[in-house]
Each structure stands twice: as C-alpha cells, then as structure tokens.
Design a binder for this molecule. Sequence first.
Ligand code: AMP
Length: 225
Amino acid sequence: MGEAELHIVLLGGPGSGKGTQAVHLVKRFGLVHISTGEILRAAVAAGTAVGREAQHFMDAGELVPDELVIRLVRERVVQPDAQRGFLLDGFPRTLSQAERLDVMLLDVGCTLSHAILLDVPEEELIVRLAGRRLCRMCARGYHLRFNPPVLQGVCDRCGGELYQRDDDNEATVSNRLAVYREQTEPLIDYYERSGLLRRVAGADRGPDEVFLCVEQILTPAAGAA
Ligand code: AMP
C-alpha cells in the first residue's frame, strides 16, 4: 500500500452525520467506505456467525468486542479496491481500537492520513437520532424533520420502505451517547496528539456546507493554505 492515499478516520457521535458525509466523500475522492456499523448490520441481517455474536451487543447499544471489529476491518482494508484509499466510519470507537488500528495498518503497509471530527453537541444528536430513518433497500438516510422523503415512509430514490434502526429507540440512544462520551471521546485527544485531528463544526448548518469544509481539508492545495 502506498503512503500518499487518503486513509481517513471519521469521528463523531451517533447522529453527527458520519454516514451522510461518508457517502459524499467516497464518491468525491474515490475511496472505499468501511462502516463497521453497516458491516455488522448486514451480518446480523444475514444471520452469519459474526452477526449472531454481535447482535445482543448492538441491540443494547453496547460496543461489540474489539477482536471482532478489528478482524472485520483488517479483512476489508486488504482488499484490492481499498488500495486506492479508504474511509473508516464508526471505527475506531475506543482507545484500544485506535492503538490496534495503528499496529494493524503498519502491518499491512500503510498509515492514517487524517482523523476528521464532526463536532455536534449532544442535545442536537438526540433530536437527530429520534427522527432518523433509513431505506431498507438502498440504505439511503432521511430525517422526518430535516430531510423528509417526498412520500411518507417511502424512499425517494428506489421506492423502498423506510424504517427506524432498532438501536435508534430512546433507551438505546441514551446508552449509545454515554458509550460515545466515555469510550470514543478520548480518541479526540489521541488523534490530536498524533497531529491527525481536524475538527469540523457539524451543527447549525446543512450537510452540503459541512461537506465543503471536509473537502477543503482533504484537497491538498486548499488544505495547505
Ligand atoms: P453505528 O452504525 O456506527 O452507529 O454502529 C451501530 C452499532 O454497531 C454500535 O452501537 C455497536 O454496537 C456496533 N459497532 C459499530 N462499530 C463498532 C466498533 N468500532 N466497535 C464496537 N462496536 C461497533
């Protein structure tokens, strides 16, 4: 693996817009999107051994064991298409995952290039998560208040049925926010110390504006300015 590619970690609380920004970023920069949450949800839906192991942690809003997610990420970053660059979304989630990621990447011959934090206050995360809906067929995201579909309950793009993630219910959300505060926020310091952290204000503006800001960080000429 080369050193010049974009190897990005996208950080931010649940509902901070990581999924939305990731979709734009992978298209704009030709990256492979590695979302551990999506990989795990697909494994649960398919009833694989990984899915069966992960499901009860996910239903409770707890993190699944490091060993399992690290194995999934490693399997994905060594695929040929990931050699053009990748975006990690929802991983790492703990200091131990971050340290193990560094070791694992060295082992496969690359290093991270950026850690981008989408900074959104917790009060806003709660509002966003409560209204979040996803398409069952194409996984496109909507929000009942901020980005509603034209037809209630139906995906604009593919006509699929919209649903609320099992872990977006109130009790699980408050646990996910607590897990984020306690286990994932320390990563902000970790990446600050390594000089990779870039903060992007993710509240009080739309996804397009947030994207422009992230794009500038990743475009060498603009980023160097
Ligand atoms: P997400 O879609 O990123 O919000 O992830 C949904 C759920 O999947 C989380 O609440 C965890 O149970 C699990 N999960 C996703 N990524 C990780 C990770 N890096 N480490 C541990 N658990 C994860």
